[in-house]
Design a protein around this ligand. Structure first.
Ligand SMILES: C[S@@+](CC[C@H](N)C(=O)[O-])C[C@H]1O[C@@H](n2cnc3c(N)ncnc32)[C@H](O)[C@@H]1O
Length: 241
């Protein structure tokens, strides 16, 4: 998968050199390009923001540098209004935004099947709306929220999305079975996990896990999933049980 990120803080993404995603980059499973938005400015001060039309607090990211940076990645010759079929299969442009669709495991799985994702990290009060409107006429654009809270910028949200999406790309996680039993994969939270020693500070591992009875273990784990989900996230249950 090709991933491009446009940001005013490229160094934020140095952590993508580490761990499983770092290995996926080395092996070519993920091809990453991080682009500094300020490189797409033409003024002496490399300014990327200006005061909002209509007044109000804060600054808004200017459309021109975003247009130049995204055209350099997506190509500037796409027709102003690409037919849906033409847009289908092309890159998906994702703007993290608290006003976007909620990012979920299902969305991560869907996006992990794509060939090319382009992320645009907003800062300040966000990006001039015309950037979203313009690229929505040219291809697939999504506004995606990490949750109902406000971050200072899109970088942390993009990091979280890339980690969740990247680990679902075949080959990135060594044992694909470990992806199947995780929280949110079947709509439930995961069961609790234990490892050696069997007794620690007076706390014992549930005896069923030491029994060797795979059927009983499987039943216990399913019950734990349901109980935990009922207790912590009852909103998830009606969709699955
Ligand atoms: C300070 S926020 C702007 C918030 C905007 N004024 C609003 O009220 O919707 C700056 C940037 O952080 C990112 N951001 C903030 N909260 C986010 C969230 N919950 N999910 C995804 N991105 C977020 C977006 O890229 C946003 O453009």
């Amino acid at each position: 998968m090709r991933i491009d990120i446009v940001t005013i803080f490229p160094e934020f993404f140095d952590v993508l050199d580490l761990s499983l995603l770092g290995k996926a980059r080395q092996s070519g499973l993920i091809d990453l390009g991080v682009h500094n938005l300020r490189d797409s400015t033409i003024d002496r001060h490399h300014s990327v923001d200006d005061t909002p039309y209509g007044g109000g607090a804060g600054m808004v990211m200017k459309a021109e540098p975003w247009g130049a940076a995204l055209d350099a990645i997506l190509g500037s010759d796409a027709p102003a209004a690409a037919p849906a079929a033409q847009a289908e299969g092309g890159p998906i442009l994702i703007f993290p935004s608290p006003a976007g669709d909620q990012f979920t495991q299902a969305m991560a799985r869907e996006l992990s099947l794509e060939q090319h994702l382009v992320f645009g990290c907003g800062r300040y009060e966000g990006i001039d709306q015309r950037v979203v409107d313009h690229y929505s006429q040219r291809g697939r654009v999504r506004l995606v929220s990490l949750g109902d809270y406000v971050l200072n910028g899109g970088e942390v949200a993009v990091m979280a999305m890339i980690e969740a999406i990247g680990r679902l790309i075949p080959g990135v996680v060594g044992n694909p079975a470990s992806l199947v039993e995780e929280s949110h994969e079947d709509g439930l939270l995961e069961y609790p996990s234990y490892t050696k020693p069997a007794s620690w500070r007076g706390l014992e591992v549930p005896p069923v896990l030491l029994s060797g009875n795979h059927g009983a273990i499987s039943t216990w784990r399913r019950q734990q999933q349901i109980e935990r989900t009922e207790r912590v996230r009852p909103d998830l249950l009606p969709r699955t049980i």
